[in-house]
Design a protein around this ligand. Sequence first.
Ligand code: DGJ
Length: 713
Amino acid sequence: MSDAPTSQPIRIDAGGWGLSWVADDDGRLHQLGLGPEGHTVPLEVGAQWYPLAFPTLDGTDPFRPPALQITHADGTLTTRLALTAVERDDDPSGSHVVVRTTDERFDLTVEHHFRSHPDSGVLEQWAEVFHVEDGPVTLLAHDTLALFLMVPDDAELVQFGGAGWADEWRWSTDPLTIGTTVLGSLGGVQPHLQRSPCLLLSPAGPFGGPDGAVAQDEGEVIGLSVAWGGNSHLTLDVKPRAELDAPRELRLRAGANALGAPYRLDPGVRMVLPTVAWTWSTTGRDGVTEAFHRWSRDRVLRDPDRLRPLVVNNWEATFFDFDESRIVGLIDRAADLGADVFLLDDGWFGTTHPRDDDTQGLGDWDHDVRKLPGGLAPLADAAAARGIRFGIWVEPEMVNPLSELHEAHPEWELRDGREPRLHRHQLHLDPLQPDVRDFEVGVVDRTLASAPSTSYVKWDANRPITDPGSRALPTDRQANVWFDHVGATWDVMARVAEGHPDVELMLCASGGGRVDHGTLRWFHEFWTSDNTDPVTRVRMQWACSHFFPGAVMAAHVTRWGERPLPFACAVALSGRFGIDLDLGAVSAEEDAVLRRAVAWARRTQDVVQRGVVRRYVSPVEGPDRSRAAWSVHGDDGRVAVFAFQLDEPATSAPTLRVRGLDPAASYEVRATDLDGFDETSTATGAELTDGIAWPLDAPLTARLWELTPTDPA
Ligand code: DGJ
């Protein structure tokens, strides 16, 4: 349905919260309301008195960077947009509202799209820009959104990310200080290794109470995720107000990071800016978590109802050093242990340049005849004969200079006019070249065709973009590569997903370098981090699970950190469980631990992958970060509870008060440490909510509980 432009407010009901915009007499849009009542607030004064909804460089707010800055075809630097149309489509799953604005002087249109999903409370917002000026325009800033909030001076933000490889999802709570804070990522590929495109914000005060403890299920929290597989940014621009003790003004902009990459947009071409998905919870971080999990399942994930498999991977067991008999031996052990999938990682290909390490062979996707004389088929057959599935690793976007591919197609590199820099001894192929995209799709097609029962693929990408430039782009559009490589790569991924609908895909980029809700659309799960030290993983998974459900957060047991195996298994069981150990070299005692873990996974992974998360003890905030505890609640009333003692405690032990239970219901309570302790008792919901005494005192120990209603309704 299409409405004429109107002076009536445009109201977006996001499900329990929302926003309103209103046009002034010049058609310029202002933000009338935002937050829990944001979609219903009345217009009390003239529209022009409300903050701008989407500031462009137009002279009205000269002291802040604009959300949109365009140099027009004739050299004009300013953009003045006025409302021209509002369209609204409602369907049972929500509504799609398009707010169309056009420049006063140029034939340039910016559309703001809002897709609500009231079931989850997550709003998808994106913008589209197109024009028919006399030549290309240049976008120097092109944000998806620009929210305006009044925040107290003790408001806080949580950002995620550390030093790069193996340091994803490092939690950091910071004050919202006056000035500009940019949470930006660069590098084009793997940007999420530095800074996740996700953010938590407390608009009404600090997250924690006076003692630093955070009530996980209370308070207002904004959660925001830029669904973009390239450089992104979240920019928080905070200004004081003239009056003492008055709230501060926050302008929050988010979208693709245009830093150093002015985008040339031709007439007649539509530029679709990244979707930002966001929610405003009034039930704390638990509310943000539930909203993002529900929305991810309904609107992002492939095959959301399919239980993710128990994967055994050989990477940390063998690295590049294996042959057919070693892999068949591992397949044997994986099947015997009860795995669903055996995944063969890097090192299986390369003929003239065999892939014995990471210096060569990438790009040559024929099997290495020395290691695997019969190719992949005998391995896939061996897996099938033992009742499990076979999976394979590929890195289709990359090439080693030492490869037949590079010898044949040096012009396929993503590079500028200089000699490109190597990273991990490899170069990036240029996805803007159609032949390269066909080649990349072909890598997966050919690999799968060589062993047709293969039904799982791990897709890796092990270097950032360092030498931006593309032969497919004209000289004056070279900077477009930063934005356009994302769409081109998504095109390849979409073709692979569509071509192999029954093959499960794991998304990986040097670990969790591509963990975003945009790229995830073509994948079933992601490799959360190469860092599998269980102590670090508890903290990473705690952070990551605010935005992504357990189903997609692959967590494997490894030897990283040399932690006790029962503890490592317990941590992996809190995500999509898998194993990356040399199964031929585990002791009988370790084998028993693994079998207990696999049995626990079989009983609880449906709950862990799809359930509602409730958080109790944070391992990343407050005076004592030595413990962690949370629970996951299935639709059928079953609950998995996790408690971890990571370090020497600094405070007295907490009591675990399990929320979300029916007080009158009876539960069978089965507790284990995966190390020999396994006890079953019964309790009512009220008793469990009253509290479970913290059972752990030694560092590197875990306790897992399964709660099963004995009198299901
Ligand atoms: C990086 C990934 O994160 C690892 O799991 C492994 O697949 C290696 N690449 C292989 O080169």
